[in-house]
Design a protein around this ligand. Structure first.
Ligand code: IMP
Ligand code: MG
Length: 177
């Protein structure tokens, strides 16, 4: 059986520092207003939980669940909404929170979905961005934690076959004989 190893790419301390900065930036940008953070399950739970505690303005959270990836390391390209948010987003300042912007399939599809709900504004916050993978869509995130090379990463919410989401840092998965 192949052994799975994780090489650290972004340390826990670096993530915490960057998430704090993102929270401050969001609080500044929406000063005096209220935001609705919508976490995309399941990968965004860790970022959302940390980010919301760094936001000093009025806010609410909600979640949407989608499936697109399957259990491997390549996207299927089809985005299905398994659970939608439990409220109208009309007139609200919505920020979609996601673990990673990879091919952009998920966020481009969800941006279209939420635009139909007539929000006052709609932005995207991701911990990680892999711009090299953006060949099929042109979706961009407004708040980006880290831009990373095209490597399959796990930890801080990101999984490999549903595992490793609890790892507190971002690591590159490596298989060894
Ligand atoms: P996209 O639709 O191709 O942008 O993919 C977005 C989703 O694919 C993310 O929400 C993740 O769940 C998953 N994903 C993309 N890259 C990685 C990775 O490097 N590690 C783990 N999951 C990933
Ligand atoms: Mg995933």
């Amino acid at each position: 059986m192949k052994k799975e190893l994780i090489d650290v790419m972004i340390t826990e301390a670096a993530i915490q520092k960057r998430v704090e900065e993102l929270g401050e930036e969001i609080s500044r940008d929406y000063s005096g207003q209220k935001v609705l953070l919508i976490g995309i399950l399941k990968g965004a739970v860790v970022l959302l939980a940390d980010l919301m505690r760094k936001i000093t303005i009025d806010m609410e959270i909600d979640f949407i669940a989608v499936s697109s990836y399957g259990d491997g390391t390549e996207s299927s390209g089809v985005v299905k909404i398994d659970k939608d948010v439990g409220q109208s987003i009309e007139g609200k300042h919505v920020i979609l929170v996601e673990d990673i912007l990879d091919t952009g399939t998920t966020l481009s599809s969800l941006s279209k979905h939420f635009a139909k709900g007539n929000p006052e504004s709609l932005k995207i916050c991701v911990l990680l961005d892999k711009p090299e993978r953006r060949t099929k869509t042109d979706v961009r995130a407004d708040y980006i934690g880290f831009t990373i090379p095209d490597k399959f990463v796990v930890g801080y919410g990101l999984d490999y076959a549903q595992r490793y989401r609890q790892v507190p840092y971002i690591g590159v998965l490596r298989f060894e004989e």
